[in-house]
Design a protein around this ligand. Structure first.
Ligand SMILES: Nc1nc2c(ncn2[C@@H]2O[C@H](COP(=O)(O)OP(=O)(O)OP(=O)(O)O)[C@@H](O)[C@H]2O)c(=O)[nH]1
Ligand SMILES: [Mg+2]
Ligand SMILES: [Zn+2]
Length: 373
């Protein structure tokens, strides 16, 4: 008898309103406790149902989630779902905004039964001490919009270079958006380099609305994820692209005073013209998922091209004699900033090998020291 009671307690679940999305995960937990008495029990049949199907047609897209809940878009409306307990993480985040899922409705309960394989993803090595080693920031996106500010905070090419690598490894086409152009006369000098590499660059301002129409045109019918340092204006860009969204934004002076990011939960937004954009919290540094030090040069097309003329095939371009890459930097035909960025990323991957928490082979998940979630 006592045993049965315990079992029943374990199966309890709640269905709640969506207000937790605007307050972040902490208030959600708090609310869960507060509303415990009003909990709706998950039906026996749904718990004992057959195992999640392997072959299925997804019928919903994940907008946002917590560990146990997924907020999805389904049949044109938004729905809060329980994630089937039998779905297990296999080294990577179980669900992420943009994931295509199978939702089944049973006795007023919506349950995420299965998650479709990802066709692309923005990932980083997880820096938290939990089971997953690959943290998926966004799934199934066509574009990664790397957002940097022309000023306030100052432009940093290092993070952009890391994003370009993450986009390549995750199968996403990167776009570079230099925001806050109203604060400067000229865009950062590096912009020309990225254009040469074939990256589409958008010079925008949420104040003057410069560049926004071009960005909208490039995103028509696409799903994209906005990522970059905190305070560069990711949420402001979304507000400018669709004034109905009214997302919370905050001056960067407040960011530093409070030491926290304004956006705390990644979330997918549906805009007009079939555009879907995932807003994410700002990051300080981006660890690289599944990139070894030896591979870094492949992701710098300008360096890879020159390196064909290095004396050694496995040249690291750090100290070897007759290194065509270093010669090109000296001759001024390869941009020194790009080479420095290559060296920094390579060095960080080397020094991090074996130190990143997680279960998988550590040299595949080297990240950035001090990287934050
Ligand atoms: N001058 C100027 N300020 C801008 C522009 N875009 C955003 N800002 C300001 O920059 C500050 C930060 O903007 P947010 O949109 O909150 O930045 P965020 O990238 O979403 O930050 P996190 O959510 O912390 O990652 C706000 O005070 C905005 O008003 C712009 O184009 N020009
Ligand atoms: Mg934001
Ligand atoms: Zn070399």
């Amino acid at each position: 008898m006592a045993k049965k009671k315990k079992l029943e307690k374990k199966k309890r679940r709640t269905v709640r309103e969506r207000d937790w999305l605007t307050h972040g995960e902490s208030s959600f937990t708090h609310d869960l406790v507060r509303h415990r008495r009003a909990q709706v029990k998950l039906s026996e049949s749904s718990v004992e149902q057959a195992a999640p199907p392997e072959d299925f047609e997804p019928n919903a897209t994940v907008i946002s989630h917590s560990k146990k809940w997924g907020f999805v878009q389904m049949d044109g409306s938004e729905q809060l779902c329980i994630i089937d307990e039998r779905l297990k993480e296999h080294g990577a985040t179980l669900i992420a905004p943009g994931d295509e899922v199978l939702v089944e409705i049973e006795e007023d309960e919506a349950i995420i039964r299965a998650i479709a394989p990802r066709r692309s993803r923005l990932s980083r090595p997880s820096t938290r001490h939990h089971d997953v080693s690959e943290q998926v920031i966004a799934a199934n996106v066509d574009h990664l919009i790397v957002v940097a500010a022309a000023a306030e905070p100052p432009f940093r090419a290092g993070l952009v270079d890391r994003y370009l690598i993450a986009a390549q490894t995750g199968g996403i086409e990167p776009l570079l958006c230099i925001n806050k152009m109203d604060l400067v006369e000229e865009p950062p000098a590096e912009v020309a380099l990225y254009k040469d590499l074939g990256v589409q660059v958008f010079l925008t301002s949420c104040e003057t609305r410069a560049g926004l129409d071009a960005l909208l045109a490039a995103l028509r019918g696409k799903t994209a994820v906005l990522s970059g340092h905190s305070g560069v204006g990711k949420s402001s860009l979304l507000n400018a692209l669709d004034p109905d969204l009214r997302l919370h934004t905050q001056p960067i002076s407040d960011h530093s005073r409070r030491g926290q990011h304004t956006t705390t939960l990644s979330r997918l937004y549906e805009l007009r013209d079939g555009i879907r954009i995932i807003d994410t919290p700002g990051i300080r540094a981006l660890g690289l998922w599944q990139v070894s030090p030896e591979e870094v040069a492949y992701y710098f097309p300008d360096i890879a091209e020159v390196s064909a003329a290095c004396r050694f095939r496995d040249c690291t371009h750090t100290h070897e004699p007759e290194c065509a890459v270093r010669a090109a930097v000296e001759a001024g035909t390869l941009h020194r900033g790009r080479y420095d960025s290559y060296l920094r990323i390579r060095a960080s991957l080397e020094s991090d090998t074996g130190t990143t928490p997680g279960r998988m082979a550590s040299n595949w998940q080297a990240g950035v020291k001090g990287a934050e979630e």
